[in-house]
Design a protein around this ligand. Structure first.
Ligand SMILES: [Zn+2]
Length: 519
């Protein structure tokens, strides 16, 4: 069934322009796969004309199968004075080989005159030429009308002419953009209505959060008749960020009561939010609406008492609907259903009635208290569930290890030694590396490969370190998140310890064990 509102994710493009956000190609692919599984309709992977990393992303994404989402490449209208077929930036959009291409163009006369410095007619030609060229190459074309609302307020006739230029050339969607993020909801609603009255093609909305209204403005436009919303997970983006999809999606589903992502995905919203934070190496904001850990936290006194009597007394919605939970625990049902969903995804035949569920849940809670996070470490979670459920024997144990570093005037070298026990055999290996973790990884893999040759294919694709807040008087802990790949699949594992090497070893050992566990 067609959704009433389409979700267009631009975390990997607009979101990556946020301060402190830097995605590798491997990060982008993992996020794209997660978004696809969640059920967004479009994933904008990047701007191939702006950097080589985005070209590489499309080259790799092309080889993957996306079940729900269509991949979009982002770019701009052709340059002034250049025929569209000779414009390199437009050519790169075609070479990305995505089904969807999104281009932005100028709506505002101010920008045409002062920034672009071309005639109003040349701007209209740039829009029309580029849309037509992409349509001629069988692309689904989304036209992002930049500075749409500010441009309309300045010169309504010209703004309208730019949208109509895109529509006449065959654009499938005109998306109205509050690029500077300074408009109010009533202005957004009124101008959306004007656009809908003048255009025959479908209309979408793209907002920024500069005055804290990114989500409100998107909802105002949707309520006025737009049917497509662009935003980012956790509201990442330039300045104060974009329209936050982790807020706007549940607002559409539960407040506007319109269909968007599949209903079965909504309880995975919190997990998606935390997953993207983990990959971006951002601290999860406890105060995030809907998905933050404090979003349904009740602190003492009358509220708790009232919530225990009647949960709706101080909650606008059941937190489990978006995968969140009440911090004052009345029952562990919410936490329980999260684990059941995750375990089923990982291939375990678990239901709410599985007797071991309680033990698994307790173990996860215990480890989360120690600083473990499983949202992006499904490998470690699968091992934990597997051990409790099947009372599985561990395939190997790390008996001893030693890591050292020496430095002379020319270079520094790290060396790692490991003793691994596999049944009755002990393998001993030494390896050198650029750093202690690299050396340890080399020694561990070489030792294990003697008993398990398939581990030769496994490579470490990413390594992230987070220093966790130290509790009162204790040493700060380090959380290490590792991403591994066997060439076909990627998975994450996690380790936590006061010592970064020990935390890394845990994550590395989990990664190898998970590689052996999965088929
Ligand atoms: Zn934007």
């Amino acid at each position: 069934m067609k959704p009433q509102v389409e979700i267009y994710d631009t975390t990997l493009r607009d979101g990556s322009q946020g301060e402190g956000i830097n995605f590798s190609v491997a990060d982008k692919l993992r996020i794209a796969e997660k978004l696809d599984a969640f059920g967004v309709h479009y994933i904008e992977g990047g701007w191939p004309g702006s950097n080589p990393k985005d070209i590489e992303f499309y080259a790799q994404a092309r080889r993957r199968k996306f079940k729900n989402a269509r991949l979009a490449a982002f770019g701009s209208t052709r340059k002034k004075g250049v025929p569209v077929e000779s414009d390199d930036q437009v050519r790169l959009l075609l070479e990305a080989e995505t089904p969807v291409v999104t281009i932005f163009g100028k709506t505002s006369m101010l920008h045409v005159k002062e920034v672009l410095r071309c005639t109003p007619d040349e701007n209209l030609a740039m829009i029309g030429d580029t849309v037509r060229f992409l349509k001629d190459h069988d692309k689904f074309v989304i036209y992002d009308a930049e500075h749409c609302f500010d441009g309309y307020k300045l010169n309504p006739e010209y703004a309208l002419a730019t949208w109509q230029a895109a529509e006449k050339a065959g654009a499938d969607f005109i998306v109205l953009c509050d690029t500077n993020g300074g408009c109010l909801p009533d202005e957004i609603a009124a101008i959306t209505k004007v656009a809908l009255g003048k255009l025959n093609c479908k209309v979408g909305i793209h907002t920024h959060d500069d005055i804290g209204l990114g989500v409100a403005n998107a909802l105002a436009s949707l309520a006025a008749g737009a049917v497509h919303v662009q935003g980012t997970i956790n509201g990442y983006g330039e300045r104060t960020g974009n329209c936050n999809l982790t807020s706007v999606i549940p607002c559409i589903a539960f407040k506007l009561k319109k269909s968007c992502v599949p209903a079965k995905s909504l309880p995975k919203l919190k997990e998606l939010s935390q997953f993207v934070d983990e990959i971006a190496n951002m601290r999860h904001s406890p105060r995030q609406p809907w998905v933050g850990s404090s979003a349904f936290a009740h602190k003492g006194g009358a509220h708790v008492n009232a919530v225990q009597k009647l949960t709706t007394s101080y909650e606008h919605i059941d937190p489990a609907l978006v995968g969140n939970r009440r911090t004052v625990l009345i029952s562990d049902l919410a936490g329980r259903s999260n684990i059941v969903i995750k375990a089923q995804e990982l291939g375990f035949p678990i239901t709410n009635d599985t007797p071991e569920l309680k033990a698994i849940l307790n173990r996860v809670k215990e480890l989360e208290n120690q600083g473990y996070e499983y949202e992006a470490a499904e490998g470690s979670l699968a091992l934990l569930i597997g051990k409790t459920l099947r009372h599985r024997k561990v395939p190997f144990t790390v008996e001893t290890y030693h890591v050292s570093m020496r430095r002379d005037s020319r270079e520094s070298v790290c060396e790692a030694t490991v003793h691994i026990r596999v049944g009755k055999i002990v393998h001993h290996e030494v390896a050198e590396g650029d750093g202690p973790v690299n050396a340890l990884d080399g020694a561990l893999r070489a030792a294990l490969a003697r008993s398990f040759p398939k581990l030769k294919k496994v490579t470490l694709t990413d390594y992230k370190v987070r220093i966790l807040d130290s509790g009162t008087g204790t040493a700060a802990k380090t959380r290490v998140l590792i991403q591994s790949s066997d060439g076909q699949h990627e998975w994450g594992t996690v380790g936590v310890n006061e010592n970064i090497i020990e935390a890394s070893l845990q994550a590395l050992a989990d990664s190898m064990e998970y590689a052996l566990l999965k088929k």
